[in-house]
Write a protein that binds this ligand. Structure first.
Ligand code: FAD
Length: 523
């Protein structure tokens, strides 16, 4: 993927079959679905790919144990199918993960045991591992830091885990391989409409601006898909200023801690917190992600900030269930994301709002898709493209993403090897060292990321600023905000040379990244 090549493609196409707004899980998946069916597809993202909610998840490819308890079997069934497909289609970036649910009395063991066996049963042939009842001794053996007071035993079950923003990049590059044109840092500003019979106006073009140089575009198209997550209402109102809001944003926060506070490979699930939610502690890239919360928000921000009560909530719940007590100073990174939940009349608690996806087609033909989960992005994309084909009367073509490989990889994959997330590109990245031997150096002593990877991100993954590299190509900002800040100058120096920028650009990048990264730190 190369941004200049993408810009050339934008200028050379007269009319697109489908323009997709939003480069998160939903938009990128939709671009891949459309391009792999053979449609002429353009995706526009106002910031970087996965800058929004799609880099801020709990990193689970899951059916959703909580939704099963709420009785939403159809949602869980569909998500479990998608979980199985994603684990097969992108094995370099996903893996099965063992979870333990601790129980404190016999009835809990029976209740959750039956529930989690049913959860596995629902996944059918796409099961990732059998549910088992565990003794107290086995639970302590698997999670040494678990609070043992009144502990009776536990239930072991399996779900999936992934790297959300790396998967986003791989979906983008696979879409490009299938002929899609994909642009980051290109914001949609409005629509051009044309009157059609029955006195209706249909969208015929999208107005967009390249935010890196201010160049404006009018892009003709047959169909437009709005996949902008919590920004859905903003785009719907560009289409129809009278449109009422359909999104009820809900914030979820995660704290990232060192593994010495939570040893072992198993993840912990607390099935019911004081506000009725599920809380996870999940080992990820040699750290542990603990979360999340569900806080209704009035304001939408591109950099949502964790509220004090959310941080306290996670700390106190972790400390209630683990002997290794954590404090604010032990938190390596904190990140917040906004769920694009669909409103129900009368408002209320967002943790009860539907996690299912919704498609609304406006009078002018704008196809709005929102809700859902990362896990179900493929199915959401399929539904969005089916709607676009119908609305724009495109020639019908079958969806092929059920078994379509994402990224470029060969089995077996060694998940203990730092390079596994790049699949077969790992060799090409390592061979960059021949061009400059200093690129084999690490960008930070505490992480395995090398300078060669930074060069690769600029050349092949459309990274244009330090944040793209440290937040979403590598995951340093989400794993250790302090280390990410310490790495900013090395990354900025490398990018300055690679992008032909000057010292002033470099300093601005360091300052801007440091400003953002401080919000991910509790120190
Ligand atoms: C705390 C939390 C934890 C979660 N954990 C999980 C999990 O473990 N597993 C799971 O399956 N799901 C999880 N989810 C849900 C999942 O992350 C989301 O459903 C998914 O990421 C939504 O993707 P999206 O593409 O719809 O939205 P986004 O990722 O927000 O993408 C929308 C994009 O549209 C862009 N955009 C907006 N306006 C414009 C414009 N005018 N022009 C161009 N681009 C524009 C934005 O910049 C943004 O990048 C979690 C969600 C949260 C909040």
């Amino acid at each position: 993927m190369n941004r200049n090549e993408m810009l050339e493609q934008v200028s050379s196409v007269d009319e697109w079959d489908i323009i997709i707004i939003g480069g998160g899980a939903t938009g990128l998946g939709t671009a891949l679905d459309g391009a792999s069916r053979g449609y002429k597809v353009l995706l526009l993202e106002q910031f970087d790919f996965a800058k929004g909610t799609s880099s801020r998840s709990t990193k689970l490819v899951h059916g959703g144990v909580r939704y099963l308890e709420q009785g939403n079997i159809k949602l869980v069934f569909e998500a479990l199918r998608e979980r199985g497909r994603l684990l097969k289609n992108a094995p370099h970036i996903t893996s099965a993960k063992a979870f333990i649910l601790p129980v404190y009395n016999y009835w809990q063991k029976l209740y959750y045991g039956i529930g989690l066996m049913f959860y596995d049963l629902l996944s059918g042939k796409l099961s990732v591992g059998p549910t088992k009842l565990l003794s107290k001794k086995k639970v302590i053996g698997s999670i040494p830091s678990i609070q043992t007071k009144k502990l009776q035993g536990g239930i072991l079950y399996y779900d999936g885990q992934f790297d959300d923003s790396r998967l986003a990049i791989d979906i983008a590059s696979t879409a490009v391989k299938h002929g899609a044109t994909i642009l980051n840092y290109c914001k949609v500003m409005g629509f051009e409409k044309k009157r059609v019979p029955k006195n209706q106006k249909k969208i015929v073009a999208v107005k967009a601006v390249d935010v890196l140089n201010g160049k404006e575009y009018l892009l003709k198209c047959k169909a437009v898909i709005n996949a902008t997550g919590v920004f859905t209402d903003e785009i719907m109102q560009m289409d129809d200023p009278e449109q009422h809001h359909i999104i009820s944003p809900s914030q979820g926060v995660h704290l990232v801690i060192n593994q010495n506070f939570f040893e072992g490979d198993h993840a912990l699930i607390i099935p019911k917190t004081s506000d009725g939610r599920v809380l996870f502690a999940v080992p990820w890239y040699n750290k542990v992600v603990v979360g999340t919360t569900d806080t209704p928000m009035q304001k939408i921000s591109t950099e949502p900030i964790a509220l004090e009560q959310e941080i306290e909530f996670i700390l106190s719940h972790f400390n209630r269930y683990c002997k290794t007590s954590i404090e604010r100073k032990d938190v390596q990174a904190v990140y917040a994301g906004l769920r694009p939940l669909i409103k129900i009349k009368g408002g209320g608690n967002t943790s009860l709002l539907s996690r299912d996806h919704t498609i609304i087609v406006s009078k002018s033909g704008l196809i709005n898709i929102t809700g859902g989960k990362w896990t179900t992005y493929r199915k959401m994309a399929q539904d969005a493209i089916d709607n676009a084909v119908f609305v724009a009367r495109l020639a019908k073509k079958d969806c092929i993403t059920l078994t379509l490989p994402i990224g470029d990889w060969n089995l077996p994959i060694d998940k203990n090897n730092h390079w596994h997330v790049y699949g077969n590109n790992a060799n090409e990245i390592q061979s960059l060292i021949k061009e400059n031997t200093s690129w084999q150096e690490k960008i930070h002593p505490a992480f395995d990321y090398t300078k060669a990877e930074v060069i690769w991100f600029v050349r092949k993954e459309m990274a244009v600023c330090v944040e793209d590299v440290l937040a979403r190509r590598t995951r340093m900002l989400f794993l250790d905000a302090g280390a990410a800040i310490e790495s900013a100058s090395v990354v900025a120096e490398l990018m300055m040379h690679e992008l032909n920028r000057d010292e002033e650009w470099k300093q601005k990048q360091i300052d801007s990244f440091t400003g953002t990264a401080k919000k991910y730190s509790l120190q």
